[in-house]
Design a protein around this ligand. Structure first.
Ligand code: ATP
Length: 245
């Protein structure tokens, strides 16, 4: 397992009913690496993450190979993939609005609690250290948090499962530029913990700045990929995703 990439995806396709949404996508993620998939609305970014997680809606289906640390996990259900080390921060955050910050975090550790994993509660201290704002608001109802705080809580909850691979679905969505900067600073810091990050984003500029490697998704297909620094200078990427700013 030592020489295996953390996550290796080959020929992953997905469809909703008969309609294809993702065509034979391949990508690789190294431990401590940050890979971004950029694309416009409807390009298939959420479909990719949900297919990786085994979490497509009921009308969805996927095919292809997903290997985590060399182990084939395609066909596994979501809970088993979480247990193996995959954690998703969904685009809509999906927090439990009437529950406290603390209880939302505890739910992120629920599988480890059920598995009687020693020290699963210690993760909460690490999450609070990473997001002091959540520590201050641990007894506040999740539904009353600001957009940025909600995103922090969704990331924190995912980290409670102690993932090897963190899948982030548009963490910058709906957030003010200053908050986006804060979120990306935290994402960059997570790299040091050894977790691999797959970051799906419409905000291509911020995503390419934080990532090592990038993929461009258009209409369900990877049309371009390369080191993030190169993509930032690619005329096609600049024209379609970076604008003039
Ligand atoms: P956005 O940034 O707007 O969330 P995206 O890149 O994440 O877009 P997806 O949500 O993956 O895109 O959608 C890809 C395609 O699949 C779109 O054409 C969308 O309409 C379609 N699609 C997504 N979910 C479903 C579903 N449950 N049933 C049918 N079609 C779907």
């Amino acid at each position: 397992e030592a020489n295996q990439p953390l996550l290796q995806v080959e020929g992953l396709s997905a469809r909703y009913g008969k309609v294809p949404a993702l065509a034979s996508t391949s990508l690789t993620l190294a431990p401590g690496g940050i890979v971004t998939v950029i694309g416009a609305n409807g390009a298939g970014k959420s479909t990719l993450l949900n297919a990786l997680m085994g979490a497509l809606p009921v009308n969805g289906s996927e095919s292809g190979s997903v290997r985590l640390g060399g182990i084939e996990v395609s066909g596994w259900d979501v809970a088993r993939r979480v247990g193996a080390g995959m954690s998703l921060v969904p685009e809509k955050r999906e927090l439990f609005a009437s529950m406290s910050v603390k209880d939302n975090l505890l739910l992120g550790g629920f599988r480890r609690y059920c598995a009687r994993e020693a020290g699963w509660r210690d993760e909460m201290d690490r999450v609070y250290a990473l997001f002091p704002r959540l520590a201050e608001r641990r007894h506040q109802q999740a539904g009353t948090l600001s957009g940025g705080e909600r995103q922090m809580l969704a990331v924190g909850r995912a980290l409670m499962a102690r993932p090897r691979v963190l899948l982030l679905d548009e963490p910058s969505l709906g957030l003010a530029p200053l908050v986006v900067r804060e979120i990306f600073r935290i994402v960059a810091g997570l790299r040091d913990t050894g977790v691999g990050i797959l970051l799906v984003e419409q905000n291509a500029r911020a995503a390419l700045q934080v990532a090592d490697h990038g993929y461009v998704l258009e209409a369900g297909e990877v049309v371009l990929s390369g080191p993030a620094r190169e993509l930032e200078g690619n005329p096609r990427v600049i024209e379609s995703y970076l604008g003039l700013g």
